[in-house]
Design a protein. Structure first.
Length: 282
């Protein structure tokens, strides 16, 4: 697993494992602190994840190791550059530069993930085929949902952005389903609102196929997502940064356009109307 980012190596280690919610929380914490993970004690990892130290031991055993020391030894072996002090360069960077570097690593991880185009292509077909197309994103993810909805509306005939919670959220999901929706697009970023998890469970119960962009494959929304594609957020600043989820949203838009034969004609029509109205300053 050498030759890729620490986050990518950890993600591949956890993929396909049947983990409990507590174990998914530990895995998610390790991915978020991927560069430090090989050097954390079981107590430090437990504190980071907000779980008990025995839970960390059971987590390592669930992954097939004799215990946590064996898991940590494995992580050090597959990251020799980090063990040799490869973090020295990071120490010369200020906190803003480190935040940018972390986002670059998140994008590199996303690039590696997209080597398998299958999930994105499947998601594109699902989104293109849903009329209307509800797009859900609350709180931190609301800007992602609105941005996706803005561009999607240029090529899709009926996009409905659901960026406000409350008692009417399920009503709006019902309305989209009655109008013919077959899929729902969701952006889910930390901290994850319970309302989003409940909304996805409700959407699936109504027969909608859920496509989700989340910060991790172990996010709370995973169990209510039919297609989940992870894109990590940056955590080095006071507020999380979401360059990778935004780019993944644009990738999904591209895949959706491939499933809409009329997409190019709609874009050309919009450009012609915009020019006639003098909408943009050249």
């Amino acid at each position: 697993m050498s030759g890729s980012s620490p986050a990518a190596r950890l993600q591949r280690l956890f993929e396909g494992q049947r983990l409990t919610p507590t174990q998914r929380r530990i895995a998610h914490s390790m991915v978020r602190r991927a560069a430090d993970a090989p050097f954390l004690s079981s107590v430090e990892l437990a504190e980071l994840a907000g779980v008990s130290q025995p839970s960390v031991t059971r987590f390592a055993v669930a992954l097939g190791f004799d215990g946590y020391p064996a898991l940590r030894r494995h992580l050090r072996e597959v990251a020799p550059d980090a063990a040799a002090g490869g973090g020295a360069v990071e120490e010369t960077l200020n906190e803003y530069q480190q935040a940018v570097r972390a986002e670059i690593e998140n994008l590199q991880h996303l690039a590696e993930l997209l080597a398998d185009q299958g999930p994105v292509e499947r998601a594109g077909r699902l989104l293109a085929g849903s009329r209307p197309l509800p797009v859900l994103g609350l709180r931190a993810a609301s800007s992602q949902a609105r941005g996706f909805g803005y561009f999607a509306a240029k090529v899709h005939p009926d996009v409905r952005v659901l960026d406000e919670g409350g008692s009417m959220l399920h009503d709006r999901i019902d309305a989209a389903r009655r109008a013919g929706a077959t899929a729902l697009m969701c952006f889910a970023l930390p901290r994850h609102p319970r309302e989003v998890v409940d909304a996805l469970a409700y959407a699936q119960a109504q027969g909608l196929t859920v496509v989700t962009v989340a910060d991790s494959a172990f996010a709370p929304v995973a169990k209510h997502s039919d297609v989940l594609i992870p894109a990590a957020v940056g955590t080095g600043l006071a507020f999380d940064t979401a360059c990778a989820p935004m780019l993944l949203g644009r990738v999904l838009l591209e895949a959706m356009c491939d499933g809409l034969p009329e997409a190019q004609a709609r874009l050309e029509e919009f450009d012609a109307r915009a020019a006639a109205r003098g909408l943009f300053v050249e």
